[in-house]
Design a protein around this ligand. Structure first.
Ligand SMILES: [Zn+2]
Length: 196
């Protein structure tokens, strides 16, 4: 059985949002259209407290996109984004959510960032997504959404590690940094992932 994982199609990642992915809005009609091809559709949602330590604003001498060490892990600092309950954290208005059976939220703990929908960046916590998919009989997952080079990539990589046949749907994702995505895409393929 095949599931679609829609990653972080939230206002802050869309044009006009605080961490916008260029032309990110263009993938929404595609995601709406392909949902009917899946037995199961789930979504992830970046969902940070306002003092989340992945925000550059929490580190007085730092700027967005600088890197720090956070509890032993390399952490890129981002503009404030996807704050719990804010408009920026909501799914895009244009996204059809009727078929989304479950939403897995991530990045809720102040000092733990999570790009993947399965585990946080240090693999200290499991969101339960893998167990949920397996309990539903899913063996294959297709990943789409934002951003290709971060949350989509890390979700897809963890899906492989969890034993799912995994594809990234190229036409239904956009990268923050296209060059970085090419490199990550190659790593994903080398690990057994597929690009469709
Ligand atoms: Zn985030």
């Amino acid at each position: 059985m095949k599931a679609l994982i829609i990653v972080d199609v939230q206002n802050d990642f869309l044009p006009g949002g605080s961490l916008e992915v260029s032309r990110g809005d263009e993938i929404i009609p595609i995601i709406n259209h392909i949902q009917k091809d899946y037995n199961l559709v789930v979504a992830t949602q970046d969902w940070h407290p306002e003092n989340h330590k992945s925000f550059a604003s929490q580190h007085p001498d730092k700027l967005p996109f600088e890197q720090i060490d956070l509890d032993g892990l390399a952490q890129i600092l981002w503009p404030d984004h996807c704050i719990q309950g804010s408009y920026g954290a909501e799914f895009a208005d244009e996204l059809n959510t009727d078929r989304i059976e479950a939403i897995f939220r991530k990045g809720m703990e102040e000092r733990i960032d999570s790009y993947s929908g399965f585990f946080d960046n240090g693999k200290r916590k499991d969101t339960g997504l893998s167990g949920y998919l397996k309990a539903r009989g899913v063996t294959e997952v297709h990943v789409c959404g934002l951003a290709a080079d971060f949350c989509v990539y890390f979700t897809a990589l963890d899906a492989l590690t969890e034993g799912f046949k995994t594809s990234i749907i190229s036409k239904a994702t956009k990268a923050i940094d296209k060059g970085a995505f090419i490199e990550k895409k190659n790593n994903f393929i080398q690990n057994g992932g597929l690009l469709t």
